[in-house]
Design a protein. Sequence first.
Length: 254
Amino acid sequence: MRETKPATQYLDAAISLLQRVRDEETANITAAGTLLADTVIAGGRLFAFGAGHSSLAAQDVVYRAGSLALMNLLAVPGAVGVDVMPATLGSALERVDGLAAAVLDSSPATAGDALVIISLSGRNALPVEMAMNARALGLKVIGVTSLAYASGPDAPRSRHASGTYLRDHCDVVLDSKIAVGDAELGHEGVDAPFASASTVTTSALMQATLATCATTLADRGIQPPLLRSGNVDGGHDWNAKVFAEYRDRIFYQH
């Protein structure tokens, strides 16, 4: 019997996770996309936040072809990816109490806006407080997380003083289906599990949500403010018109 190669094993695992997302999260994706569409129609602004590697899925929908021009990155200096030295500082910042409040207070986010918070574990102080403070300010909150981290025998404890998780402070929750530890493969002679898949499913959830938002807007007679690729003819001219029309709701140009 032919041995299955690690690449095939990983791709099969990723496909299986995406199938679970499709089969189990459709209703939540619809709710999240509708929430964003409602926000756009009401004149609100859209923001996405993620700390550490969770920031990758947030960055993936900001200022890119096929995405909503209104999606803005809510960045926390030092907590976005591995752009800080040492890289471990970013992880430490996720556990700092009060940081989320300071970020929101200095951001343009306000009542009536919508914020997508991405955190695989949803257990650290930063994403939990970000959700709590955002809702207190009158924002709608969509959480993208793995519910396995907040329930079940392997669930780690919350690092927030309240003992709660991101999922406890959201209007809509999208479950990325990732197991605790975020590693899909093991191998004889390899002491630690490997091959993470959270970026695959989280990015898929984000894109599916924005697709739902765009089509919901269209179904309500509103042309969704989408960006086109700058590498196709006419792309820059199209984007310039979108930027001009929605300039008061786009903050990555200021």
